[in-house]
Design a protein around this ligand. Sequence first.
Ligand code: C2E
Ligand code: MG
Ligand code: MG
Ligand code: MG
Length: 288
Amino acid sequence: RAKEDGRGAFRFFEPSMDEQMRARRDLEMDLGSALARGELALFYQPLVDTEQGRVGGFEALLRWQHPVRGTVSPAAFIPLAEETGMIAAIGAWVIRRACADAACWPLPVKVAVNLSPVQFRDRSLPRIVAEALAESGLDPARLELEITESLLLLDDEKVLEILHGLRAQGVRIAMDDFGTGYSSLSYLRRFPFDKIKIDQSFVRGMMEQEDCAAIVSTVVSLGRLLGMSVNAEGVETREQFLALREQGCGEVQGYLFSPPRPAEEVVAMLGSIRQDACATDCLSPGGG
Ligand code: C2E
Ligand code: MG
Ligand code: MG
Ligand code: MG
């Protein structure tokens, strides 16, 4: 029928594309007011030290609690925020909120904050971070900023300058989702990261697939040889945890310990991570 009217089968997709655009525009408008309406919140997932089995910090993960749509995943709205430029305001809010939250925690553990490459487009980031630290009184050594490989793809002197500006404040820099982007080992030379985070896609397959296992163990040794800490994300089983610890991966996070939870639950999480997941037979009582 589409051919009959001479416009090609593509015609059948027009209404749905139109709908998609409208849905996107609606979401965009809602996102524009989400901050002001107080619909954005940070959830926190514990970062577990494999040696001691203790919570060494939390990663802040953004949630949008929409009055009608319910909880919108960052995978759905971060790209939109990046395309529209709204990530600048949202990202600055995340940094301030995370520093303010962490400054009130009962133990001086780290807080990790995800940054978008778009936040590096101008030079305001070091100032935004400095202000968040000053306002909250948070020790800069407790703040860890997570960036992805796509940032370094820009191969920009400006990006390196900003990273050095952040580092100069005493803040730590972690390479997130390592191995999933346009990975280049030269990135690890171009900037001395404090930490490499192994992406959960490798952790997921590490007990069954040789290629995932090889990538995980190689990144763990690479990090150690380069003097960088190594984190593995998406740890869901005790077997994965034990294998990672055995290999010398210093930090893990994942549903095995806890999913990201609301800020109010951080204090409870500090005391309640699954010790049984970390315990081994030879671990001495009260040790560590
Ligand atoms: P990410 O930084 O790599 O965060 C880890 C993601 O894995 C989180 O998804 C977390 O909830 C999920 N996760 C943790 N443990 C497990 C597990 O055991 N199994 C599985 N299957 N998943 C696990 P989330 O919270 O949906 O965030 C997705 C991504 O959105 C993040 O990936 C990060 O790239 C981005 N994001 C989140 N918050 C922010 C933010 O404040 N700013 C920016 N720019 N990006 C953010
Ligand atoms: Mg992250
Ligand atoms: Mg990650
Ligand atoms: Mg990831």
